[in-house]
Design a protein around this ligand. Structure first.
Ligand SMILES: [Fe+2]
Ligand SMILES: [Fe+2]
Length: 440
């Protein structure tokens, strides 16, 4: 009798366990990147001053209600981790619904997103940190805070990643890191994914970046594909703010899409080009904001990052609102470099060729690029309008700033140097452009 009772009890337990695991199994089957108790999507993002602070964000299932980050100055002695400082994370639960559009079906996801801003850090110092709770912790990552003004600075810039992120974009971000491991930040010029509300695409983006995102802070600027349109209301991706902890120094309503950070004598500014294109109100807000951010700028160099190009290499496209609003400010404040995306091709120059002939160059270098495999050639003119250009080439860029010179290098995803120029500061005059490679 006791034996029989034990058997029935055992079968009952198995049935109960199977029943409880059903939702998990179905989620696993339909989403290749479901959250678990183990932290994932660990990524650093820039703060307003990454020489003394750094932001980290990660994701878990909702059973992890309280989570922590631990940090210390990096130390080769493994027993030193017991001295790491523990900081309680800010946690928010985000639920994104499943959806269907024509043939396309996507799974929703509910997860907890945790973030910590490490503060009071020492400049140019290697730190070690991990994130987690209870039995579930990330590995110990290492990152270096940025240094002081005038120190040599390298950074990476990437155009649209957008599609086939895991299969085809991963090699680009990894090659960029291999080529420039001392990069202090990675700039993304929008369209990080193709469909803003698809968790799987974000899962691919993070899988491609992997541990690099835990070691080097990202500076993402949103593109049109990082926005969704619902009954004509423009909605930033529901994953953007939970996943990225960015400086909240932008205009009201555009926090964490429009912001700036100062790194070693370079002011990096992100504009929200999609909202500038779509809304008069948010165009005006950004115009006033960027005017003041450029006016009150103690840095020697200025780099502006956004999605919709001032000079489009595609003949069928022209972002007149962007050009007419922001170019006069870039001219007035002698912005050095403008980094953009959207057109899925490569082109760079100080103006479109017909506009150059009208003498409208002002010393600002405009670059459009693409890092992912989605390519455009329809509507792109033979010479792509600018001084240097490419189609059907996955690219990344590394720039190094030192001693009044900015060296800009364009590499293909295979690591081959494709284009190179230097910008040299000249007192009271616009930058001197030095071409470092013969025209192709
Ligand atoms: Fe775009
Ligand atoms: Fe795009």
């Amino acid at each position: 009798m006791i034996l029989l009772f034990k058997e029935v009890y055992k079968l009952g337990r198995i049935a109960m366990l199977l029943f409880l695991s059903l939702p998990v199994l179905s989620q696993d089957k339909d989403n290749r990147y479901p959250p678990t108790s183990q932290p994932d999507r660990v990524n650093l993002t820039v703060t307003a001053d990454p020489s003394t602070s750094m932001a980290v964000t990660w994701r878990t299932t909702t059973d992890i209600g309280t989570a922590y980050a631990e940090i210390q100055v990096a130390n080769a002695n493994p027993t030193s981790i017991k001295d790491a400082k523990r900081i309680t994370a800010r946690t928010e639960t985000s639920a994104v619904e499943s959806g269907k559009y024509k043939e396309l079906v996507w799974k929703g996801v509910t997860a907890n997103y945790h973030s910590v801003i490490f503060e009071g850090l020492k400049p140019n110092t290697l730190y070690s940190y991990r994130v987690g709770a209870g039995d579930y912790w990330s590995e110990w990552f290492q990152f270096r805070t940025t240094g002081s003004n005038g120190q040599k600075l390298s950074f990476v810039y990437l155009g649209d990643a957008q599609t086939d992120l895991y299969s085809m974009w991963s090699k680009v971000i990894r090659q960029a890191y291999t080529q420039m491991p001392e990069t202090r930040l990675v700039l993304h010029a929008g369209d990080l994914v193709n469909r803003d509300n698809h968790d799987e695409e974000w899962g691919e983006w993070f899988a491609a970046g992997s541990f690099i995102f835990g070691m080097v802070p990202n500076m993402p600027s949103p593109g049109n594909h990082d926005y969704g349109r619902d009954e004509n209301i423009h909605k930033l991706s529901p994953f953007w703010r939970p996943q990225f902890t960015l400086p909240e120094n932008g205009p009201e309503g555009l926090k964490e899409t429009c912001y700036f950070t100062d790194v070693q004598g370079v002011r990096f500014i992100s504009l929200d080009a999609y909202m500038a294109e779509e809304s008069d109100e948010f165009l005006g807000k950004q115009q006033r904001w960027v005017d003041s951010v450029l006016h009150n700028n103690p840095n020697k160099w200025t780099v502006v990052l956004f999605h919709h190009p001032i000079y489009s290499p595609k003949s069928s496209r022209d972002n007149k609102r962007m050009r007419e609003t922001f170019k006069p400010l870039f001219d007035k404040y002698k912005v050095d470099l403008v980094l953009q995306g959207h057109d899925h091709t490569y082109a760079r120059g100080m103006a479109k060729i017909p506009m150059q002939q009208k003498g409208s160059t002002s010393g600002t270098m405009y670059v459009v690029s693409v890092s992912g495999p989605k390519m455009t050639d329809s509507g792109v003119e033979k010479k792509y309008w600018m001084d240097r250009s490419a189609v059907y080439t996955q690219l990344f860029h590394v720039a190094t700033v030192e001693n009044g010179k900015l060296q800009f290098r364009t590499y293909t995803s295979t690591g081959e140097l494709f284009d190179a120029f230097d910008l040299v500061k000249q007192k009271g005059k616009i930058n001197k452009l030095i071409e470092m490679m013969p025209a192709k």
